[in-house]
Design a protein around this ligand. Structure first.
Ligand code: PMP
Length: 391
């Protein structure tokens, strides 16, 4: 029997499938060295510490119940204290909403703020999950370029001066996905000043900020303006499966997000959130865990960038990451990275081609170094070189 045809809404018809999530299913074979996904290293997931916490938490009926839509009080209070220290001003626990990963925060923010046809500014290249969300609400997406110091706020200033009136500007200011760059301190202040002047909200999407290798990143954009909604996540520092993210921002927005979250899923998982509280409030353990993540990812980043330079030399430019999970590579010789990917997968290595982030970036690619040890990364780069030689 033929499949019944289903009439889909206009909003879903405007949403592209995530090229990265599609690619991840392709590269799940164990023989493939995947430099594609932005996942934490399996061996760095704190499974033993989570098992202890879960054992304790599972004995309390509250962790097995429905909970407040905005998240369990203990987690919101802990996050409010942490944000107060980071922003240098008091953040109230009522202005924190816990979400199912920061991806849900993006979705709820988009639905709270954007009407079809409203302008939304994304970085170019953008985190594809943000593009999908803003497509789903019918936003008119405008792009602002990035350079080695992050978003070109000068260019954004020109676009605003020329009449652009976005409802929001999305930025991954620290250890950008996919570019790996960090927004310079002066540009953070400039972005905050533009938000104040033109009245848009900055969505400061910050899942990677704690993963710095040497020095902490500059103060958040949210430290310089109240017109910022800041997103955090336990996915990269604890475990993605906790599906625990959060947002902090203007109270009116938090209440709108709360209403939309009631409609979306009533509340998040009290069980996951209680495990997150156990881990995040154990300061000594957390400091040691973050220190080992920083050391391991830092070593891998150095190994990958060095191997890419040794093998490809002048044919590429390659970022030297200061934190996060990604290395961005630009081919100078015009290599089409979609074609390179097809050859690479047959040789057992995968990456994300630049076209997944922007249709113009056909000669760039994103490599993630998080999940592979240095010797595996070197093997992956050798396979990539053999793929490059074959096309
Ligand atoms: N924002 C950015 C920039 C990301 O890279 C990711 C995950 N790849 C997310 C948000 C969503 O992560 P999560 O929902 O797991 O918190």
């Amino acid at each position: 029997m033929p499949d019944p045809s289903v009439r889909l809404s206009g909003s879903v018809r405007g949403v592209d499938s995530s090229a990265i999530r599609d690619l991840l299913t392709l590269t799940a074979r164990p023989e493939v060295i995947s430099l594609a996904g932005g996942l934490p290293a399996a061996e760095m997931l704190p499974t033993a510490r989570m098992a202890d916490a879960a054992w304790r938490v599972l004995r309390s009926p509250e962790a097995a119940q429905y909970t407040e839509t905005t998240g369990i009080g203990a987690l919101r209070e802990l996050l409010a204290r942490r944000q107060s220290a980071e922003l240098g001003r008091e953040v109230d626990a009522r202005d924190v909403v816990v979400t199912s990963g920061s991806q849900q925060a993006l979705d709820l923010i988009a639905r709270a703020l954007v009407d079809p046809g409203d302008a939304v500014v994304l970085e170019e290249p953008a985190y594809p999950g943000a593009r999908q969300v803003f497509q789903s609400v019918g936003a008119r997406i405008e792009s602002v370029p990035l350079d080695a110091d992050g978003m070109c706020t000068g260019r954004l200033g020109e676009m605003l001066a020329a009449g652009l009136r976005p409802v929001l500007v999305h930025t991954v200011a620290t250890f950008h996905n996919p570019r790996g760059v960090t927004l310079a301190a002066a540009r953070r202040v400039r972005l905050a000043a533009l938000a104040d002047r033109y009245g848009f909200l900055v969505v400061e999407d910050d899942p990677y900020g704690q993963l710095y290798f040497h020095t902490p990143p500059p103060a958040p954009v949210a430290a310089a303006s109240d017109l910022v909604v800041r997103l955090g996540s336990a996915s990269k520092t604890l475990a993605p499966a906790l599906r625990t993210g959060w947002l902090t921002g203007p109270r009116e927005l938090c209440r709108a997000v709360e209403r939309l979250k009631q409609a979306a899923d009533l509340c998040g998982s009290a069980l996951s959130q209680s495990i997150a509280v156990e881990l995040l409030s154990d300061e000594e353990w957390l400091a040691a865990h973050l220190a080992s993540l920083r050391a391991v990812y830092g070593e891998r980043a150095t190994a990958l960038a060095a191997a890419m330079r040794t093998v490809f030399g002048e044919r590429i430019t390659c970022t030297d990451p200061d934190g996060g999970m990604f290395c961005w590579v630009q081919f100078r010789d015009g290599t089409d990275t979609d074609r390179l990917l097809a050859a690479a997968v047959t040789r057992g290595v995968a990456f994300v081609p630049g076209g997944a982030f922007s249709p113009w970036l056909t000669t760039a690619l994103r490599l993630s170094y998080a999940t592979a040890a240095p010797e595996v990364l070197r093997d992956g780069v050798a396979r990539l070189a053999s793929a490059h030689a074959s096309i």
